[in-house]
Write a protein that binds this ligand. Structure first.
Ligand SMILES: [Cu+2]
Length: 399
């Protein structure tokens, strides 16, 4: 600025008359000054080096502190935005680190839901994204799920089944996150294998907060998969967006008890975070579960009666692993899998997306485990127990 520039120097040194003496004095003074300057430079240099090192160390410390705490930042933001407290250990990535704000476990009732009343079967399908455990042994994970007509299986990773009868008109209203509680972050869609419709229209993706309505006639009986079809479909289905629609045949013989079981894989990422896409691509699930939680019906068995006729509707929702559904201690009298009726079967073979039902009676009081007989998959959680009313309690798998 001009104000500063205009300031003339006021301490201009005076020039003495005796030039010789002055030169000598100046020379000595100059040598002394040079020495002093050298010492000063040295001292400053040393001090600078020390300060520099200290700054560097502090900087490194802060930097590493930032890195280790970085993963919590998005979680805190998410917590602030949806009101659900969510955090995990700042560093080390401990797999068993506690995750706050995890939904409490609630055992899904395996009894088959009823067909909705009314001439047109109306399903209001909610998409929600939630943090839940899917196994007692594994950290909580963020699962993307479907709820139906207000029934949301929070506390597990399973989506709600839908049941209709052959020939029913089905009306679907898909709501991609109808409220803050649904916590939806991505576009989603729903694809029904039980329908015959133009997928580009009916199964289109919709943004968070949007609604999409479509209908179809359920012409074919069977146990059909439904799933999110939004790209990348492996990510959406591997994150949990799979379920079953049962289309009962018109003249299905009544049985004493009807149950539903969805076999599903879970690929757990960072604790409390979205599923691990690399594990999905490698088909290496952490958990394979019936109805969304590893071993849950082994720990809390499904009660049946000795001698009653049981029908179990089974869907292998994958997304990638086969199911070899088997009940230990019985033989299936009748099986209906993908339109083929069978009998005298020990195990049914279900590719990812396939389903059907099996019928049997348990002739003696006891605990009858059901499994995928692919045992490497069973040990990841695909096991449960059917316990007759007078079976020894608390014995689970013992036999
Ligand atoms: Cu989706």
């Amino acid at each position: 600025m001009p104000a500063t520039i205009d300031k003339a120097p006021t301490s201009e040194p005076e020039i003495p008359d005796d030039h010789e003496r002055l030169d000598a004095v100046e020379e000595r003074a100059g040598r002394t000054a040079t020495l002093e300057v050298l010492i000063m430079v040295f001292a400053i240099g040393a001090l600078g080096a020390i300060i520099g090192l200290a700054v560097l160390l502090v900087g490194l410390n802060r930097d590493s502190g930032n890195r280790s705490s970085a993963p919590t930042a998005p979680a805190s933001e998410a917590a602030a935005s949806d009101g659900a407290a969510e955090e995990h250990a700042a560093s080390g990535g401990a797999a068993d680190a506690p995750v706050a704000g995890v939904e409490p476990y609630k055992r899904p009732d395996p009894a088959l839901p009823a067909v909705p009343a009314g001439a047109v079967k109306k399903f209001k399908v909610d998409v929600f994204e939630h943090v839940t455990k899917v196994s007692n042994e594994k950290p909580a994970t963020r699962v993307w799920s479907f709820g139906v007509n207000g029934a949301l299986h929070r506390g597990t990773g399973v989506s709600t089944p839908m049941v209709v009868e052959q020939g029913d008109k089905v009306e679907i209203t898909l709501k991609n996150g109808g409220s803050k509680k649904m916590d939806v972050a991505f576009p989603h869609s729903i694809d029904f294998h039980s329908s015959e419709v133009a997928p580009n229209k009916a199964f289109k993706s919709i943004d968070p907060g949007k609604t999409h309505k479509f209908s179809f006639v359920a012409k074919h009986p069977g146990v059909f998969m439904y799933h999110c079809a939004t790209d990348p479909v492996l990510m959406h289905t591997g994150a949990g967006m799979v379920g079953m629609m049962i289309v009962k045949p018109k003249k299905l013989a009544p049985v004493d008890r009807e149950l539903w079981l969805t076999q599903q894989e879970f690929y757990i990422g960072e604790p409390g975070k979205d599923a691990d896409a690399t594990k999905m691509a490698e088909k290496n699930p952490d958990v394979i579960a019936f109805n969304g939680f590893a071993d849950q019906y082994k720990d809390k068995p499904i009660t049946v009666k000795r001698g009653e006729r049981v029908r179990v509707y089974v869907m292998n929702a994958g997304p990638s692993i086969w199911s070899a559904f088997h009940v230990i201690g019985t033989v299936f009298d009748r099986t209906v899998i993908e339109g083929t009726t069978g009998q005298d079967a020990q195990t049914v073979n279900l590719a990812p997306s396939q389903g059907g039902w099996v019928e049997f009676t348990l002739d003696q009081e006891g605990n009858y485990p059901f499994v995928t007989h692919g045992f490497g998959d069973m040990v990841r959680g695909a096991v449960g127990v059917l316990a007759t009313e007078n079976a020894p309690k608390g014995e689970g798998m013992k036999h």
